[in-house]
Design a protein around this ligand. Structure first.
Ligand SMILES: [Zn+2]
Length: 183
C-alpha cells in the first residue's frame, strides 16, 4: 500500500470542521472525536490486504469457480459517505487456481479508498485478470449507498453493477454465473 494519511492534519481538520459546524470541539463528548476519526481514516486508507497473488497450478480443469456474498464496505468519492456491497467473483482458468481468501483480500483492497461501486467492480476485475492471466473473469456487486439512503432522495435501494469479460461475454457462461450468484 502506498497511500498514507497525514494523521495530525486529519485530526486538526476534524477539529476545525466541528467548529465550522457550529459545535464546540472542546466539549466532553467531542474531545476525542478528531483522534477517533483520524484513526478511522488511517485504518481505512492504509488497509493492508496481505499477499494477493498466490496461485496454484492445477491440472487443466476448465471449471467455473465462483465466490459469492463477500461483504465489503467502502466510501463514496462523491459524498464521502459509506456504501457496502456484496461482491461475487467468478473465473474460468485453464491451469491456475486462486486461493479462496485472495478473492476477499482483493475485494477489500479496492474497497478501502474513496471510490464508486462501478470503479470498485472494474478494479477487482482487472486485478483478478492480471493475477490469473486470463480475461475469463466476472465480477458482480449489489450494494446500498448511504448517500442515497440517508440524504438526497432518502430511499433504501440496491445498486447492482457487473463487469464481465472473456468467456463470460458468451451466453451460456454468463447465464451460469448469474444462476450461481442468485443461489
Ligand atoms: Zn455518493
Amino acid at each position: 500500500m502506498t497511500q498514507k494519511i497525514d494523521h495530525a492534519k486529519v485530526k486538526s481538520l476534524v477539529r476545525e470542521l466541528l467548529t465550522a459546524l457550529g459545535d464546540d470541539p472542546d466539549r466532553e463528548g467531542l474531545k476525542e472525536t478528531p483522534r477517533r476519526i483520524a484513526n478511522f481514516w488511517r485504518e481505512f486508507i492504509e488497509y493492508e490486504p496481505g499477499k494477493l497473488d498466490t496461485t496454484f497450478s492445477s491440472v487443466k480443469h476448465n471449471q467455473m469457480v465462483c465466490v459469492t456474498g463477500m461483504r465489503v464496505w467502502s466510501m463514496c468519492e462523491h459524498h464521502m459517505l459509506p456504501f457496502w456491497c456484496d461482491v461475487s467473483i467468478a473465473y474460468i482458468a485453464d491451469d491456475k487456481v486462486l486461493g479462496l481468501s485472495k478473492f476477499a483480500r482483493i475485494a477489500h483492497k479496492h474497497a478501502h479508498k474513496l471510490t464508486l461501486q462501478e470503479q470498485l467492480v472494474s478494479d477487482i476485475s482487472e486485478e483478478v485478470k492480471n493475477i490469473l492471466g486470463t480475461d475469463n473473469v466476472a465480477v458482480y456487486a449489489k450494494g446500498e449507498h448511504l448517500c442515497m439512503t440517508m440524504r438526497g432522495i432518502r430511499t433504501p435501494h440496491r445498486m447492482i453493477s457487473s463487469a464481465l469479460d472473456g468467456h463470460f461475454l458468451e451466453t451460456a457462461p454468463r447465464l451460469e454465473f448469474f444462476r450461481l450468484i442468485e443461489e
